[in-house]
Ligand binder design. Sequence first.
Ligand SMILES: [Zn+2]
Ligand SMILES: [Zn+2]
Length: 479
Amino acid sequence: MALVAAACNPFFYSGSGIDHVLVGSADARIVWNTAHDAQFPDPDHLVAAYEIRVDGSLVATHPSTVSSCRLQGLASATSHAVEITAQSSSAEDSGDWPGSIGTLTTTITTGAGSEAGGPVTCVTETDTDGDRIPDWAETATGVFVDMTDTGTDPARADTDGDGIADGDEVVGTLGGAPLPLLGADPLRPTVFVEVDWVDDSQDCGPHSHRPTDAMIDRVVQAFADAPVTNPDGTTGIDLVVDYGQGGLFNQGNEIVDATAPIGSLIGGVNDAEFGESKAANFHPSREGYFHYSLHVHRYNSSSNSSGQAEINGDDLIVSLQCSDSLTNTSNTLMHELGHNLGLRHGGDDNTNYEPSYNSVMNYRFQFPGIDTDEGTNACDAVGDQVLGFSNGDRVLIDETAVDEAAGVCGTIAIDFNGNGTIDAAPYPLSVNFDSDLEVLDDFDDWSALNFGGVGDGDGAPLRVEPPVDEQPVPDEFRS
Ligand SMILES: [Zn+2]
Ligand SMILES: [Zn+2]
């Protein structure tokens, strides 16, 4: 049947469509979702062009970089059938597929007037910021309505500053990643992550490193709670994770590890086995848009480390051996993703274990979670299993003159030296367990996130630092 013959033709994802607005009584502006070519991993199969038909006649052909145009010459007071198909670089046609997979359709009914119509054309219009959304559709209202009224800034290619251009978030990417159908929003930061995992039997019998819904939901909620204000006036960051949960989220998958030790990587994020797994399981259309998180038993063959990540990059490992509990997994995933987003163990620096730095990036809070600001356990610099990055609101600690009365919140005392009393006089003490007497600070992680690391091509020179190897799971958090 036709479906078999068309198996490598380009197609439109379910949910794709054409949006339009009328201009006068004889013109209409249209914007459509990008198509995708199913061949993987074959860069020769890309969408090359779109054909626009009106009432069955071809009126325009545009290269794949075009996702909008202005229909001219329509008859007024008439319903016109508009169809769009995609052609691949190897001359395959999406129109060979049936239905909406192969052909986007809409009906445009023009307003009252006396135009008889013809010849019909569809011309491209000015796109000042080059984000594949024409200026007329970037309405700068701060409210996204549809592809013809995006609310974005016509002079700024990435209105929400999340490293993903407005067009990629509104119509889909040139490579066919259906970001809008996966939840991208051009007015709110969106972070995409694909999780692949192994099932193995090392150390504790057969088990899977696939994250559960609850593990992912916990990290998604932590990002949703981010105290950052967006161009649409909302707060929070959209974290979108594909761990194979279904629908369009169908590319997170189990990695079958055929290389001993089964279930563990021989090296880390910059080494061959990780790279081979990514090449075989991460669709090229996601490169530059998705972080790739591989959940294995161990890396470096025998390391007890809980994970590894690039700083300002797109690759991360979660490796919790037999201890991938709900909180251990969600906390470690957020910690490694934080490194990808530019954070370090001291926020902007590598000073670790600071009582004043209230972030899951801090080893003090990686497994216990961060310290709450309210309630009976507030401001004691002990984690309360709340997942989050820091908002930078904690006070400085001068280790040459530790002020127990001030604690970490300025108002609730902490017995830093454990002598059973709140000392009235300041004293010197390294409260982060190193030998230096420094001023320890907090850091506003949320305002400092670098969303650009996702553009780190594998092995590309953008990555200037070695990846970070994490602490093992502390005994009290082992299962
Ligand atoms: Zn395992
Ligand atoms: Zn780390």
